[in-house]
Design a protein around this ligand. Structure first.
Ligand SMILES: [Zn+2]
Length: 114
């Protein structure tokens, strides 16, 4: 398995599927790999899953902070990266969530003042 340091992508090809770069190196267990990109409304769901399973992650908003403010947080997406050693498990976990037809806004189940 090879790894693009620029995009944090793992690939079996000889070039990065994202940037097309050919300067890839052999992947290491602790390399952060792209897991998923989701609207920020999902961030809590994704982060809870990863935390519950003890998977460390990095996150990076796709937009710069200034742009996010001008457009509004609704349109911002977060990208999640997990160590290569955890990628397969993390994918299973997030796939399980997003494969259940729950590809909509998470329901606000906060019932305050019961
Ligand atoms: Zn790349």
């Amino acid at each position: 398995m090879l790894y693009c340091e620029k995009c944090r992508r793992n690939t079996e090809e000889d070039r990065c599927p994202e940037c097309g770069r050919k300067k890839l190196r052999e992947i290491r267990e602790d390399d952060p790999c792209f897991l998923i990109e989701r609207d920020v409304i999902w961030s809590e769901v994704i982060e809870d899953i990863l935390k519950e399973n003890g998977i460390p992650y990095l996150t990076r908003g796709r937009m710069g902070a200034a742009l996010a403010i001008s457009v509004g947080p609704m349109f911002e997406k977060n990208r999640y990266y997990v160590p290569w050693a955890c990628l397969e498990k993390a994918k299973e976990l997030t796939d399980a969530v997003f494969a259940e037809g729950k590809n909509e806004e998470p329901q606000s189940t906060e019932e305050e003042g019961d």
